[in-house]
Write a protein that binds this ligand. Structure first.
Ligand SMILES: [Zn+2]
Length: 467
């Protein structure tokens, strides 16, 4: 059995990497790795924000099955973990944010949260701390079992906090043209390790409100400021790329290097005004926010392969396990394995249904066609669903959208009123949404956070802009 290093970078849209066609040198390491790897060109998150996306990655279930939208539920077990255990994998995780404990503590082995052990939330050194932890763990590891090491990087998640050498790396606008309020909120310079907070005190009270005001048009953002944010986002990618490279270099000198699959994904992307909005976790499910990175490096098969057919995140772990040598996947995971034709350059001749569930909308892709519909998520509370409906109406987002990504990859030409494919795709999506019964064996329904844990979780989610 072979080992797996499974890296997931937060908030990293695929098209800002050179290997996915970006014009800037944001990712020299990943670009080189991609030339010796299988690259998934149409890899999709199951949602447009962190909690449902990661829960899907670690349970191989869609959000309507797992029902975990805010990290406040604990995953009790997962077919992925059962399979890893059955094959004696040594599982370990080094992650950025504390809320991963709710997700992983019962379905993974060792778990180091670097914000508690070697850094702190929004530290400029947070990205480096994950790599430091990974390198130390790899150097220490001398077991005779295969391992599965999961690493989470904060990637391009705002606010942008970067070591000095990255801060101005891609700056391209005149500082005099940049909105200073946005600079203060998106690029805060004076955050030290937080002192114990008073009840209800917030770390970044203004970011969520500011993004909300920007996205509803109440707060205008000039062109130079938008570009300035994109420059900082790109610098965050370069910082992550350099740190992922450090882990790979360390792995290369490891005894198990030739026996280790090195996989790099992202949990979701980021809107950078491609369709008029900034951020993620809001109404949109366009490519920039749900299409993710997917690079799988196998040192025994280093030819470049581009895989064009749509792949969902629920397929990722079963496929990595198969590449690692797991012959018999659990029954419910077998059909998710996409590795069987990995060595062939596949085209979109085997349409694969891929679903994506956001808080306000749902989407399905089949072949090149992608349908997006308004659909407040069933797992929001009644009050939140009502708010979702109002938000969709307020933002003029009620329309259905159908795009042919083969000829319109930037989703500019809505075919909803002229395609006969709208109705069958819409039925497929509704059918998926009707499956609202959670897989009861995945969530721990009796799980309750203590008041202190609940407060810490809410603070963390709020500071990231989710509440
Ligand atoms: Zn995320």
């Amino acid at each position: 059995m072979r080992s797996i290093v499974f890296i997931v970078v937060d908030t990293l849209r695929a098209d800002h990497l050179g290997c996915y066609g970006y014009h800037r040198s944001t990712s020299p390491f990943l670009d080189t790795l991609a030339e010796q790897s299988s690259v998934l060109d149409a890899c999709y998150s199951t949602s447009n924000f962190t909690a449902p996306a990661f829960t899907s990655l670690f349970t191989s279930t869609y959000p309507y099955y797992h029902g975990n939208f805010f990290f406040n539920k604990q995953i009790a077990n997962s077919p992925i973990k059962e399979c890893l255990d059955a094959h004696r994998f040594d599982t370990h995780a080094i992650v950025t944010f504390g809320f991963f404990k709710n997700l992983l503590s019962r379905i993974w082995g060792g778990l180091e949260v670097v914000t508690e052990t070697r850094s702190f939330d929004f530290s400029k050194e947070l990205t480096g701390a994950v790599s430091d932890g990974a390198i130390e763990w790899l150097e220490r590891w001398d077991g005779d079992r295969p391992f599965c090491l999961f690493l989470h990087y904060r990637g391009g998640h705002a606010p942008y906090r970067l070591p000095a050498e990255y801060e101005t790396l891609f700056d391209s606008t005149d500082p005099d043209d940049i909105d200073q309020e946005i600079v203060e909120v998106f690029f805060p310079q004076h955050i030290e390790r937080p002192k114990p907070k008073k009840k209800g005190e917030r770390t970044f009270p203004r970011k969520h409100q500011l993004v909300n005001a920007m996205n509803t048009g109440r707060r205008k953002v000039n062109k130079a400021t938008r570009q300035w944010i994109i420059d900082k986002y790109d610098a965050s990618i370069k910082c992550t790329d350099d740190n992922v490279a450090r882990v790979f270099e360390s792995l290369k000198s490891h005894d198990r290097y030739r026996d280790t699959i090195f996989a790099v994904f992202s949990d979701h992307g980021e809107e950078l005004w491609d369709h008029g909005q900034f951020g993620h976790a809001d109404v949109h499910l366009y490519e920039e926010v749900i299409r993710t990175v997917g690079i799988i490096h196998d040192p025994l098969r280093t030819e470049a392969v581009r895989k064009a057919e749509p792949i969902s995140h629920i397929q990722v772990m079963p496929s990595l396990m198969r590449l690692a040598g797991v012959r018999a996947l659990p029954k419910q995971l077998v059909s998710f394995d996409f590795t069987t034709d990995m060595e062939r350059k596949s085209s979109i001749d085997q349409p694969n249904l891929v679903f994506c569930i956001g808080p306000h909308k749902a989407a399905v892709r089949q072949g090149n066609l992608k349908l997006i519909e308004a659909s407040p998520c069933h797992y929001l509370s009644k009050v939140k669903r009502l708010r979702s409906v109002l938000r969709i109406l307020w933002m003029g987002e009620l329309r259905r959208e159908l795009y042919d990504l083969g000829i319109d990859p930037r989703e500019k030409d809505n075919l909803a009123n002229q395609s006969t494919q709208l109705r069958p795709l819409s039925s497929l999506l509704k059918q998926h949404i009707r499956v609202t019964k959670r897989r009861s064996d995945i969530l721990d329904s009796g799980f309750k956070l203590s008041a202190a844990e609940q407060e810490k979780l809410e603070e963390e989610l709020r500071s990231l802009g989710y509440l």
